[in-house]
Design a protein around this ligand. Structure first.
Ligand code: SAM
Length: 298
């Protein structure tokens, strides 16, 4: 198992996702001889997990069952232990696309936080790219390093415990893209410029407040970044409902008169069951603004 490569069967040491229901999942590190308690009873790692195919249904000790899933960055984002606020899939998808990340890309990121974005970047840039992630909180940096090892992606990532605004990314002229999720991104814009290749590259900053966005845009422009644009990703989830609708009665068919046939009897009081979707009236959940910019060739 690795977060960037699929395996068929569960092995000792794997991190798996135990799926109880759509809104109840948990990551579990498989250890020979260990047990994990769920509301359906215990799962015995040696007997119930090791050697089983990913995606299997596993019966717990109280008779209920769960599915055991291969980990993905998307599942990790919704199950990871939070140390900080994290980025979620709608923002992550936009960031990955707009930064033009692909296998082989070299990316700088700060802060690492809980590693939600980091895992998505790693899957995108594998197998030949590299992520340089900077986090000044010692415990968060260590925990992220430990998780990268447990998820078998450590060869793709370097974690640096330092202040990105003061000390930068530890990278000069090598990055294809830089991502910032820190309270004062404008203070790191110069280091982002230094980190990106001479041939140019992309930068993105995530900030919850528009005042932060303004200061970041000013710093980006002052450093010669171009194509500066800010967007906000809002997820619009549609409710699906089954409704009963009366069959419309359009009256007799006028073309039938021409050939002298009796008009068909109109349908009376008939109804049909259909599925409809309703968009929400309000969209809660502002997460933040994403500011993108391009460093031109220099
Ligand atoms: C909101 S979290 C990042 C969450 C991350 N994007 C994720 O998806 O899990 C912000 C992190 O930046 C770190 N941070 C803030 N300022 C920093 C700085 N100047 N240098 C390095 N890390 C910094 C904080 O310690 C925190 O862990």
């Amino acid at each position: 198992m690795s977060f960037v490569e699929y395996s068929d069967a569960i092995q000792d040491g794997d991190v798996i996702i135990v799926y109880l229901s759509h809104d109840s999942m948990m990551p579990v590190r498989v250890q020979r001889g260990a047990q994990t308690q769920t509301r359906y009873g215990a799962i015995r790692h040696s007997a119930d997990l090791i050697g089983k195919a990913y995606g299997s249904r596993v019966t717990c000790s109280k008779g209920g069952w769960v599915h055991v899933l291969h980990p993905t960055p998307e599942l990790w984002t919704v199950t990871l232990p939070h140390r900080t606020q994290i980025l979620y899939t709608p923002d992550i998808a936009t960031i990955t696309m707009m930064l033009e990340l692909k296998p082989g890309s070299v990316v700088c990121e700060s802060g690492t936080g809980s590693g939600s974005l980091s895992h998505a970047i790693l899957r995108t840039i594998a197998p030949t790219g590299h992520l340089h992630t900077v986090e000044f909180h010692q415990q968060r940096a260590s925990r992220a390093e430990q998780e990268f090892r447990e998820h078998r992606v450590e060869q793709l990532v370097t974690v640096r415990c330092q202040d990105v605004c003061r000390d930068g990314f530890g990278v000069t002229g090598a990055a294809d893209a830089v991502f910032l999720d820190i309270p004062s991104p404008w203070e790191a814009v110069g280091h982002a410029h230094t980190a990106i290749k001479r041939q140019g590259g992309r930068a993105c900053s995530f900030s919850p407040c528009i005042e932060q966005v303004q200061r970041t845009c000013e710093a980006l422009a002052a450093r010669g970044f171009q194509d500066i644009s800010t967007l906000e990703v809002l997820l619009r989830v549609h409710d699906v409902r089954t409704v009963s609708m009366a069959t419309p009665d359009f009256g007799p068919d006028p073309s039938a008169d021409d050939v002298g046939e009796a008009p068909p009897t109109p349908a009376v009081n008939q109804s049909v069951t259909v599925k409809t979707t309703t968009p929400p009236r309000e969209i809660p959940g502002h997460t933040g603004y994403l500011t993108f910019a391009t460093k031109p060739r220099c």
